[in-house]
Design a protein around this ligand. Structure first.
Ligand SMILES: NC(=O)c1ccc[n+]([C@@H]2O[C@H](COP(=O)([O-])OP(=O)(O)OC[C@H]3O[C@@H](n4cnc5c(N)ncnc54)[C@H](OP(=O)(O)O)[C@@H]3O)[C@@H](O)[C@H]2O)c1
Length: 314
């Protein structure tokens, strides 16, 4: 039987890459991978082609290229790139373009990588955290959550996939343990004793692969995580993996917002939201369900076992 093609936006990145590799790791499976990239000649794109992906050029800012890239596909994985530009409006324009292209191409199952619109929990009038960019509490969450409607309004069969904090942020996003003035390592997280749902970035794509195998999830919102851990638990696991003590430095969200790096205010609000609404946020990311989509789902300790050498110790 002919394979059903999944067109994967962001295929050279964390989420999309995991999905392409999950599809290609199952050569007997029902799907084929179409890896979408702006540069088909990059090393990452060539590596995906070597694994067996069809590699196709796309720029999600160009509606025609998106339409061509989705043409003939059964499924599409749609993701946006907030941290490339910090613009919720740009993220939404890209989401709208992907929804329209999926509609025009007659895609049968879209998986939209999204997050909660936090303003449903923390309206702009709620002063527990500052309003950012005029109309958001957590811009990179709110823009995605608001964009869920673009897919349903376009009449595209969609599963909204609520993702989780990548543990890979400890490697790539400067969130690893830092040495204090006393020379001891400390892991900073502004979440007091509340749990943070986290996941190995590679597992997001593997879970998305599981979602594509489940057409009964069309029209639903699902959430995934590898584990729900407190900052103290994460610090303890980090200490075990690194063979030295790692303290937990539970700064306040306000202090975190003041760290001054680009996006610190957005992330401070995000962690505060996750802490204040721990039950809802963790509840929306069931671990058993995530494992049912992706039986290889890693725990934090397993992820650390494979990645601890890659974490820079500042
Ligand atoms: N970090 C976290 O903890 C976390 C957690 C949940 C959700 N998220 C969300 O994840 C999203 C990013 O996903 P990711 O981490 O998978 O991204 P990523 O690893 O940064 O990769 C994104 C890929 O998308 C491609 N790309 C960028 N701009 C493009 C464009 N205009 N047209 C076509 N392709 C483009 C790039 O590939 P080429 O250069 O090959 O074109 C890049 O490799 C963000 O919106 C973020 O908010 C992050």
């Amino acid at each position: 039987m002919a394979k059903k093609t999944i067109a994967v936006v962001g295929a050279t990145g964390a989420q999309g890459g995991g999905l392409v590799r999950a599809i290609l790791a199952n050569p007997g499976g029902e799907f084929a991978a179409r890896a979408l990239t702006r540069d088909v000649n990059s090393e990452k794109a060539k590596a995906l082609a070597k694994l067996g992906a069809e590699v196709v050029a796309v720029n999600v800012d160009d509606a025609d290229s998106l339409r061509r890239a989705f043409q003939g596909a059964y499924g599409a994985y749609c993701v946006t790139f907030f941290w490339d530009h910090f613009s919720p409006e740009k993220e939404q324009a890209q989401a709208r373009a992907m929804a329209q292209a999926a509609k025009d191409a007659g895609v049968k199952h879209v998986v939209w990588s999204t997050l909660e619109d936090t303003r449903k929990w923390v309206p702009l009038t709620d002063n527990r955290m500052p309003t950012l960019q005029g109309k958001y509490k957590v811009p990179h969450f709110d823009a995605k959550g608001e964009a869920n409607a673009f897919f349903s309004e376009a009449g595209v069969p969609t599963t909204c996939l609520n993702t989780s904090f990548y543990w890979d942020n400890l490697i790539h996003f400067g969130m690893g343990p830092k040495k204090g003035p006393d020379g001891k390592l400390a892991f900073v997280l502004p979440m007091a004793d509340k749990k943070l749902p986290g996941i190995a970035a590679e597992d997001i794509g593997r879970c998305a692969y599981g979602v594509f195998k489940r057409p009964d999830l069309i029209g639903k919102t699902v959430g995934i995580a590898g584990e729900h851990l407190t900052g103290a638990q994460m610090a303890a696991e980090l200490g075990k993996a690194m063979g030295q003590e790692v303290a937990y430095n539970a700064v306040t969200a306000e202090a975190y917002r003041g760290f001054g790096f680009p996006g610190a205010d957005d992330l401070g609000n995000m962690f505060q939201f996750k802490a204040d609404f721990e039950k809802d946020f963790c509840g929306a990311r069931d671990l058993g369900f995530s494992r049912s989509l992706n039986p290889q789902l890693q725990t934090f300790a397993q992820w650390l076992g494979a990645n601890k050498e890659r974490i820079p110790l500042g």
